[in-house]
Design a protein. Structure first.
Ligand code: 3HC
Length: 699
């Protein structure tokens, strides 16, 4: 019987002669919460006090090494011992102390390894310092010990990208000392023996000096200043790594202060909301039920959307039958899929060796009957209800019983589409975002009669495609496009009333959007919004202030944005420049409508835009189109380029507060009472003091 001493629930010591093994066991990902920290500190202290073991090896049980600090503890009062202190105790151990890393060692997990005297990796491992994705920086020695091993440029890259580094790269860059295969405990025993034999050298990382590299630091600092001026932690990462050339204790102090400062920013709160939100959206009973098996998928439509969807499925290893009505359309579809896969190879998402085999899983066809054997059909033809109904009527007779019939419609009534079949239980909306093989959002639109296992299949598919599946109810535009249709009018009203499109774009880019709404319109094609406005012209509320005058006139010139070389901006080589003709159009529209332009500050623009977004988002939660506020937040983060560090529109709303939002709505309503109506949910929240975060917990 092995001699195992349980230090606490999550840490144990196994003594094997001269060797002591410390095992970390905190499923599912061995996060270093308080119990792990305390146990590690106690175990190392005790073994040093006993002074009988001649080597200590730390390994972890389960599927992975340590995934980092316990993120659920962030934002709460810190519980000692702090991670950096535990790692200092480990590094100071007079008995050689090594770690065995399998699965992923992320954040505090990698920092744990760096504090040991040698690291043995198990094949397949990935290491990273992803704290930047949480609005933080490595706070337990990562910015100090990593550059000592890898040099400053590599450490800057790892900390600023947050990327995961594979086993080979980790070995080449000195992060691990040895790469082997095997079970973590067995490897720990063998490696410990190698330390005893003298075949695995050990040393304290603090004894290694960081090679100074002022150029890399200065260049990176300048790049961040230009590209991410509004972000907090990236700049702190550079400062902390710069401090790694001095004594470890001094550098750790700089890192600690920077970590505490980052922890106190709203950016950290927003990004941690994003981390848990991404997981919460599929943490609902409907997503967890039994799903239907999907081994083969049919995609109808070889346009940009259909080809992107087909690419996404192929990249997940699922064979696709692509259907088009005419040969030229089919050829275009095949060409687009081929181009997408080549792009995936160049981005490192698909290995060059697998490219041909992946493309070979695409079987193009002009015959709908070829969909008889697929398990799921995704229709991605243009947005016309009659065309969709006709297709679903045909699928009803062609597809095998139990096949899932999905529409990629971005706003049409999925109940009406389902009614074109005699198997409404098999019909669902699967709304992808363009480019579908890149964008991570998938709205799973549940119609009245959609069967539970079809809904679960939608979530299972999202997972296979590495997408974030969010449940949405049926309404015009579902969650995302419905909210977009509402708040995008604000940008137009601001321009009509005095702002320039460039000012609106710049203000919102300053807020954190990658592109302002006019640049997005130019990129997507202004004709899309034009068609929508025409479609909705007859049903438009007569009391609504029309928002499309300027955009309509731009489109009447045939200027649809990037694809025609001009829209709000002119696209020649180099950066886009504002289109002077648009300024004339705006002046003309204002003159016709008797509008005297006024001044808006950038903050006015942000406040109005965000308040409009929050209003419709609140209504979407109120009427159940979205199950919870976090579902809306994730739709915007993963489908609409909402800045991750703001957490999503409703997380951001909590930072303003319902009462302040109502005050704003009242102020704006003086100008346009029809548009600026307070959602009942916000009124209730202001009255009873609840927040969107409370609603997330309650759901
Ligand atoms: N703390 C607390 N919970 C965590 C966690 C962490 N660090 N990492 C993952 N979890 C939870 C997830 O929320 C999820 O919970 P749920 O089942 O209730 O939804 C569960 O563990 C499993 O996680 P995943 O679903 O993400 O499992 P995967 O196998 O897909 O991925 C992983 C595993 C790659 C480890 C991924 O979870 C991950 O990237 N985790 C975060 C890693 C990270 O950011 N670490 C840095 C933390 S900050 C830090 O260390 C600060 C330090 O420098 C002081």
């Amino acid at each position: 019987m092995p001699d195992i001493e349980q230090i606490n629930d999550q840490i144990s010591i196994e003594r094997q002669g001269d060797i002591a093994l410390i095992c970390i066991n905190n499923p599912p990902v061995n996060a270093s919460g308080q119990i792990v920290r305390q146990g590690l500190q106690d175990a190392v202290t005790r073994l040093n006090a006993e002074n009988t073991a001649r080597v200590i090896a730390i390994y972890a049980a389960g599927r992975t090494f340590v995934a980092g600090a316990d993120i659920t503890e962030f934002g709460k009062p810190p519980q000692p011992p702090a991670l950096p202190d535990v790692f200092n105790v480990m590094e100071a151990s007079t008995i050689p102390l090594i770690s065995v890393i399998h699965g992923t060692a992320l954040g505090g997990g990698l920092e744990l390894g760096l504090a040991t005297h040698a690291r043995v990796g198990i094949e397949g491992l990935r290491v990273g310092l992803p704290e930047i994705n949480l609005g933080l920086l490595p706070g337990a020695g990562g910015t100090q010990r990593l550059p000592r091993l890898t040099g400053i440029p590599f450490a800057l890259d790892m900390c600023l990208s947050g990327r995961q580094v594979g086993a080979k790269e980790a070995l080449e860059n000195g992060i691990i000392d040895l790469l082997v295969s095997g079970d973590p405990r067995d490897v720990a025993l063998t490696a410990a023996q190698q330390v005893l034999d003298g075949t695995l050298p050990t040393r304290r990382t603090s004894e290694v000096e960081t090679q100074p590299d002022d150029n890399a630091l200065a260049e990176t600092a300048a790049m961040l200043k230009a590209k991410q001026p509004h972000m907090f932690s990236p700049h702190k990462i550079v400062e902390a790594i710069a401090a790694s050339t001095g004594p470890l204790a001094d550098g750790l102090k700089v890192e600690r202060q920077a970590f505490i400062d980052s922890m106190n920013t709203p950016q950290r709160a927003g990004m941690i909301h994003a981390f848990f939100g991404e997981r919460a959206v599929s943490n609902i009973p409907e997503a967890k039920g039994p799903a239907r098996e999907i081994a083969k998928i049919g995609v109808i439509g070889g346009g940009t959307m259909g080809s992107g969807i087909a690419t996404s499925c192929l990249l997940a290893g699922i064979p696709v039958r692509l259907i088009e009505v005419a040969q030229d359309g089919l050829d275009r579809g095949i060409a687009t899929v081929t181009k997408n896969l080549d792009g995936a190879v160049s981005r490192g998402k698909l290995s060059p060796e697998k490219r041909d085999a992946t493309l070979a899983m695409l079987t193009p066809s002009l015959v709908m009957d070829d969909l008889a054997d697929v398990d799921l059909v995704i229709e991605a033809v243009f947005e016309n209800m009659d065309v969709k109904k006709d297709i679903f009527g045909k699928l009803n007779t062609i597809c095998k019983p139990g096949a899932i019939l999905a529409s990629n419609t971005s706003y049409l009534d999925v109940n009406e589409i389902a009614a074109a079949t005699t198997r409404a239980q098999d019909v669902i909306g699967l709304h992808f975002f363009s480019p579908a093989h890149v964008m991570r959002l998938l709205e799973i639109v549940v119609a009245d009669k959609t069967a539970p296992d079809v809904v679960a299949s939608g979530f299972a598919l999202a997972k296979r495609l590495k997408k974030v599946g969010v449940r949405a109810g049926v309404c015009d535009g579902f969650i995302g496009n419905r909210i977009l249709a509402h708040y995008s009018k604000t940008a137009s009203y601001l321009v009509l009333d005095g702002a320039t499109p460039q000012q609106v774009d710049a203000a919102l880019e300053g807020f954190g959007f990658a592109m302002g709404p006019h640049k997005v319109g130019d990129l997507a094609g202004l004709d899309i919004g034009w068609m929508t406005r025409k479609r909705k012209a007859e049903t438009r509320d007569p009391n609504e202030r029309y928002a499309g005058d300027v955009a309509d006139r731009i489109c009447e010139h045939g200027w649809f944005g990037r694809k025609t070389g001009q829209g709000y901006y002119i696209y020649n080589a180099g950066a886009p420049i504002p289109n002077p003709e648009v300024a004339n159009i705006i002046d003309a529209v204002r003159a016709e409508k008797g509008i005297t332009p006024r001044t808006f500050t950038d903050q006015d623009i942000i406040d109005r835009y965000m308040t409009a977004m929050i209003c419709e988002a609140a209504r979407v939660v109120e009427d159940g189109t979205a199950r919870r506020p976090v579902d809306v937040d994730m739709v915007f983060l993963f489908g609409y380029g909402f800045p991750r560090h703001r957490g999503g529109p409703l997380h951001y709303a909590d930072t303003i507060g319902a009462a302040e939002l109502l005050t704003r709505i009242k102020t704006y309503a003086v100008e346009d009472a029809n548009y600026w109506q307070a959602p009942a949910l916000l009124e209730k929240m202001a009255a009873d003091g609840t927040t969107f975060a409370d609603l997330n917990k309650g759901a």
